[in-house]
Design a binder for this molecule. Structure first.
Ligand code: FAD
Length: 398
């Protein structure tokens, strides 16, 4: 009897999006038909949404990837991805056993994002970042060594900046914490949400510099656009995320910021055997508006990609759900929070949940996101169908 080779699916990145995509694929496809490999640089899942907590000294639960994926049929490979050849369908990795190449029939690209110093002079040299574990741990060490009366400036008035400033001010009331925002403080929030934010900032003693984009960072201060110098023993940079430069070095179609352009099924518009999910992808949300880099939209893009891959391989029905937003969940330290309800395309509506209940809600959201990743195949109904798609043609070489 002739043996049909298994369809090789390689998932790059085991963050929220990649881990969820791998688990869902394992639930949708039969192991005799598909070989799923999940590649990640670190051996543990990193809960990025808690990096500000890690930075102030809180300890996070360790979640080893091999334990998470034991008995799921997903083969976890700890290695750093160094290149993707989307025309030859091959990924270069380097791991404990040295350099290697992984061939794939379908690729799911989920390498996430990192901090974005935005070419501001001095930011790379002097600022700390909390977009990943290594940066958060460096900041943790720096804050632990900072004496009472020291100054901390959080640059960036987005969700991450608000969470970081509140967390630091709550954990270290002996420090002088401020935040610089490009616009007004929380100016995208509802009036009630803004009021609550100001109240909490006042209670925590955080100074807000509004309409004050930072134009330079030095070792002991930052400079804002109007020339104001704000003392900063420690600068924390949170002005948005930038994707890994790896995608830009491929022949995949990417945006000018390097995000992979995908269709409604998260399939690359230039390479039909490549899917991109999470921060790495530029996907359209409701009304065609690009989804913002977040778990809130990254996890649904992973569901969408996994279901689309399975449907195309097994002759099933393609998913037809546009990822949408419901709320923005902001922690303001451990005791306070702000849940801003939003439209499907992420614009604030009047309603907002505030206070301790909002903090609890946010904690529940973080816990359930981590639970979904740590139990990648639980709670997903098994719908394994045989693969019916024709065996993939050999990739072109050259
Ligand atoms: C402090 C903070 C708070 C946040 N709060 C929220 C929030 O409240 N709500 C929300 O929705 N979003 C929040 N976010 C954003 C959210 O964390 C990201 O949007 C989300 O993590 C993106 O998921 P992802 O799977 O695309 O990427 P990631 O979670 O970044 O995962 C990428 C994975 O790829 C791996 N990787 C990267 N490069 C390589 C390589 N070369 N080789 C191998 N592996 C590699 C990484 O190790 C990682 O495991 C927050 C982010 C931060 C930093």
């Amino acid at each position: 009897m002739q043996h049909t080779p298994r369809h090789r699916i390689v998932v790059l990145g085991a963050g929220y999006a990649g881990a969820v995509a791998a688990g869902r694929l394992a639930r949708r496809l039969r192991s005799e038909d598909a070989a799923i490999t999940l590649v990640n640089a670190e051996p543990h899942f990193v809960e990025r949404v808690r990096m500000h907590q890690l930075a102030v000294g809180q300890d996070l639960r360790t979640r080893p990837l091999d334990a998470m994926f034991a008995h799921t049929g997903v083969d976890v490979r700890i290695a750093r991805v160094t290149g993707v050849d989307a025309d030859r369908r091959a990924v270069s990795v380097t791991g404990p056993d040295g350099a290697a190449e992984l061939a794939y029939d379908t690729l799911v690209y989920a390498l996430g994002s990192a901090w974005d110093p935005q070419d501001v002079p001095g930011a790379v040299e002097h600022a700390h970042e909390i977009a990943g574990r290594a940066g958060a741990l460096r900041l943790r060490e720096r804050l632990a060594g900072l004496e009472a009366g020291g100054s901390v400036v959080v640059v960036g008035g987005g969700l991450t900046g608000l969470e970081a400033a509140s967390e630091i001010a709550e954990a270290r009331p002996d420090l002088d914490v401020s935040l610089t925002a490009r616009g007004g403080l929380g100016d995208w929030l509802s009036p009630g949400g803004r009021r609550h934010l100001r109240k909490v900032f006042a209670a925590l003693g955080i100074t807000a510099y509004e309409n004050a984009p930072v134009t330079a960072v030095a070792a002991d201060h930052v400079v804002t656009a109007d020339g104001t110098s704000v003392p900063a023993d420690v600068t924390v940079w949170t002005t948005g995320f930038a994707v890994h430069p790896l995608a830009r070095a491929t022949t995949l179609e990417v945006t000018d910021t390097g995000r992979i352009v995908v269709d409604a099924t998260m399939r690359s518009v230039s390479h039909p055997d490549v899917y991109a999910v999470g921060d790495a992808a530029l996907a359209a949300g409701p009304g065609g508006k690009p989804l913002r880099m977040s778990c809130a939209s990254g996890v649904p893009t992973a569901w969408q990609a996994a279901d689309a891959i399975a449907a195309r391989l097994t002759g099933g029905k393609l998913p037809n759900v546009t990822p949408r937003y419901f709320n923005q969940c902001i922690s303001l330290g451990r005791g306070q929070g702000l849940i801003q309800y939003v439209t499907a395309d992420d614009r604030a509506v009047r309603g907002a949940l505030t206070g301790r209940l909002a903090a609890l809600y946010k904690e529940l959201v973080c816990k359930s996101a981590a639970w979904g990743v740590a139990n990648p195949t639980l709670g997903i109904p098994t719908r394994r169908r045989p693969v019916t798609a024709p065996a993939p043609q050999p990739a072109t070489t050259g």
